[in-house]
Structures are given as C-alpha cells and as structure tokens.
Design a protein around this ligand. Structure first.
Ligand code: ZN
Length: 476
C-alpha cells in the first residue's frame, strides 16, 4: 500500500514511524483512561495533538497563509445542488436517514487520526470508547471497515464494526452517549446477542470460513415499474427514502433519471434483509440493482468492500480523484482540522480544507470529472468553485484570482478550472481545497479516494460467484 500523504509530519522533529507509534499509544492510553490515572505524561513534550486535552485543539501557525473563516455552509453550498437526490424526485429526499460513511482501516491508522480524517469530534471517540466492551475499537485491524451513520449535526448516530465473518459490534447513540451490542448476521436477520465483555474479545476478523446461508429470495427482492418518476415508483414498491437515494447516486452519471427512464421500464433491487410484512425494512442494505430500459439492463452489485461493481467485476462508479488540485505543489501550509485554534483570537474554528501555499496565478485543476455547480465570488471565500462529482462527492476551491469555468459546465479530471490567488478573507496567497462526502468536509489528504479498481484472481472469482447468486435471487 502506498504511504499516505501526511502533512505536518515533515515538520516534526521525529521520524514518521515514531509518530505513528506515539499516536497509537495515545489511542490506547485514551482507551484506558479508566484504568490509568494520567495517560498524558508519556506525550507531554511531543508536538503532536493526540493526547488528552490536546486532542481537542490544533493550534495553527500564526505566520501561515491561510484563512480563519466560519462561512455558513448555505452561503457557499446549496446542499441540494451538490449532493442531493434531485434526479430521483423531491419525494425521495424527505426524511432520509443519515447516509453511511465507510472507512477502511489502514496499516498506519489509529483512532485519533481516523476520527480527525472524518471530521468527527474527539469527544465522540471518547464516548464510544467508554462503552466499547468488546474492545472492537482498540483492536481495529487493517482492512476492517467502519460504517458510520452521521447526521446533519455531525453526531454519529450509529457505528458498526464487523468483528468476524458473521458478527458485528454496533454502537447506537442513546441520549448523550452510546450503547454497544454484538449482532450476529448469520442468515440475513440480525440477532442481538447479550454478551459478556470477554466473550467476543478473541474473535478473529480473518475468520472468513463460515458461509452465509441462502435465504428465501422473494422477500428480499423489491420490483417495480416506472409509472411517473423513479423516486415515487420505488417508494410505492417498498424501498425506503434512504435506499432510493443510494440507488440514485449509484447510477448518477450512467442513467439520467429524468430523461432516460420511461413508462414501463423496470427495476429490481436485492436487499440483504427481507421487508417485514409489507413494510420497508429501513435497516436493509442494497446488494444489487438492475434497471431495464430500452431493452438494455444496467446492473450493479455490492462487493465485500462496500463498493459496487458491474457483472464483469469492474468498478461501477466511474469517478476517480487526484489527491492534489495543483499537481506540482504537494506542500501544505495549513492542514484539515476539525479542532484548529486561531492563533490570534484563540478561538477554535474548524479548518474544513487543506491549504496549499500557491503563488498568485498558479493553475488549479479539477481533481475529478464533474459538473461545476458554483463559480462565483463570496466576501470571505473570495472567488471560488464547487464541483459536483459522481455520487456523493464534491470539491471546493477558494481564494482564486481567476475563474476559468462557469456554473453548469462539465469538467474533466485534470482540467484547468482557475488560477490561484489571495481573494476573500485570506492571510496570504494560497488555495483552500475541500473534499466533501455527503456534503460533510473530510480530510482531503487522508480520506479514501475512489479508485477505478477492478479485482483479480480469487477475489474476482468469489465476486462473480456472488453475482451469479444475486442474479438467481433477482430472477426468482
Ligand atoms: Zn484553508
């Protein structure tokens, strides 16, 4: 696995490996606050950010070219325009559950870094650790997928962690804290197990031997026909608003839901759990989708990595991203931080993006294919651009001196969209770059970027076997 770009590291007087070791220790010491009186000593003279109170703030350097903004989101972003479900129809956007945010644990990860990358408060992590009776959080292993449900107030409503092939630990928000429980998912229907703290602690994530049992097909397949709009018809067929949004986003860029779908076209959705007596199952995951229009089938299948692939096992979402919006400039002047402290005022203000110290006039490129939804000016953000990419992603570029694209325009990855500048409330020439998932800013330098991967060997074979199985279920 290629090393992840980590800024700040280069500025530290300690080698990277040591830094990770310290971060890891900090993660553990936080986890054991109830056992150890003062986990802070170990780290008191390191310049990093992870321990105790330091975890919550991150003081920016006063001489850095950056900006201290708290621009209300609605002044820059129309959340609808950026990642909305407008293609499905307006009905589907009502009372949608918080979207899932998946994070695959990397070899050099630790809990603080993961929560920081995903823009989640350290306090949330502490509350989760308090109820982590399975030790699922402090025993994370590379490759494990954390599935978060994060609401519009940035509260984690649910976190789910698979601990082996059939069981997962689920944390649910309750009041101001969390409850955790172990769920078994042997036959598609979760069974809540009452567990003692040590009962599951030896569970191995590499236990992939037990096969999920086949289930009754019919109740898991939702079938429908287009009569008016996909959103409405899908709802009538028994999909939840959430599932509809997921399907719509998945096919964004392949199917234009307004123009391409016609009366009589059909769709089928395979869920991982049956609907309960006619009512939609809000907890069910979409496993496979088929749209049939004009004699053509569009098919997508979920793989174990949570992403969708087509029947030939190639990546379904076409969107890939470049890590850097100025390809020749990899220096970061101020990094993403949910807890950055303004060195002048002392106030904690999140820094929702990564700053690059670019000279005025440096070309900036679109990091992925997409549509420009904003190309305008704002008193604080200066000249800025927002691009909507396939699915749930958007990128924002601020303080530019010149815009080279217009709202509504389609752009390709690597296309020049403007020149860097010092416009708006900026302390010096730089580019402020944001990467958003479901309209939540996350760390552009660390977050998993979609890659157009296709599988090989064993993985491919097992995926294709699953496709066969899913097709059989969909056809029944
Ligand atoms: Zn910035």
């Amino acid at each position: 696995m290629p090393p992840l770009p980590r800024i700040a590291v280069g500025e530290l007087p300690i080698p990277r490996q040591h830094l990770y070791a310290i971060l890891m220790l900090a993660g553990f010491s936080m986890a054991s606050v109830t056992l150890l009186p003062a986990p802070g000593e170990l780290l008191s003279d390191t310049p990093m950010i992870v321990d105790g109170d330091d975890l919550t703030t991150d003081v920016a350097m006063a001489n850095t070219d950056t900006e201290y903004l708290s621009i209300p989101d609605n002044e820059l972003v129309d959340s609808d325009t950026v990642v909305g479900a407008e293609d499905a129809d307006s009905n589907a956007a009502e009372d949608v559950d918080p979207p899932t945010m998946d994070y695959v644990v990397k070899a050099d990860d630790n809990l603080s870094v993961i929560f920081n990358t995903l823009n989640l408060p350290a306090k949330t992590l502490q509350k989760l650790l308090e109820v982590d009776i399975q030790n699922s959080l402090i025993r994370l292993k590379p490759g494990q997928t954390l599935s978060f449900l994060i609401d519009s107030k940035n509260l984690v409503q649910q976190l789910s962690i698979p601990v082996n092939a059939t069981d997962r630990v689920v944390f649910n928000r309750k009041g101001d804290g969390y409850l955790s429980r172990l769920e078994s998912n042997t036959d598609g229907i979760p069974q809540v197990a009452m567990t003692q703290p040590q009962q599951q602690s030896q569970a191995s994530v590499s236990d992939q031997t037990s096969k999920p049992k086949a289930v009754t097909a019919t109740s898991r397949v939702v079938k429908g026909q287009i009569r008016s709009a996909f959103g409405t018809d899908a709802r009538l067929s028994g999909l939840t608003a959430n599932q509809i949004v997921q399907v719509t986003r998945l096919f964004q860029g392949r199917i234009d839901f307004r123009r391409d779908l016609h009366k009589g076209d059909g769709f089928k959705v395979l869920l991982d759990k049956p609907a309960a007596a006619g009512a939609p199952n809000r907890d069910a995951k979409v496993l496979a989708v088929v749209f049939s229009t004009k004699g053509r089938d569009y098919k997508a299948y979920r793989h174990t990595d949570g992403r969708f692939y087509d029947e030939t096992a190639s990546g379904f979402s076409s969107g890939t991203f470049m890590r850097y919006p100025i390809p020749s400039l990899r220096k970061v002047s101020s990094r993403f931080s949910p807890n950055r402290r303004n060195p002048v005022t002392g106030i904690v203000q999140p820094h929702n993006g990564t700053d690059f110290p670019a000279r005025v006039g440096t070309p900036i490129v679109a990091t992925g294919d997409g549509v420009v939804v904003k190309a305008t000016s704002h008193p604080a953000a200066g000249r800025y651009i927002i691009i909507r990419h396939n699915g749930k992603y958007s990128t924002t570029y601020m303080h530019m001196s010149k815009l080279l694209v217009k709202a509504g325009q389609k752009v390709k990855q690597g296309q020049k969209i403007g020149l860097s500048g010092n416009t708006g409330r900026s302390t010096g020439p730089h580019l402020h770059y944001e990467f958003r998932i479901n309209n939540r800013p996350v760390d552009p330098m660390r977050v998993d970027l979609p890659v157009n991967s296709s599988m090989g060997g064993k993985e491919r074979a097992s995926f294709l076997a699953k496709v066969k199985e899913y097709n059989r279920l969909l056809a029944s």
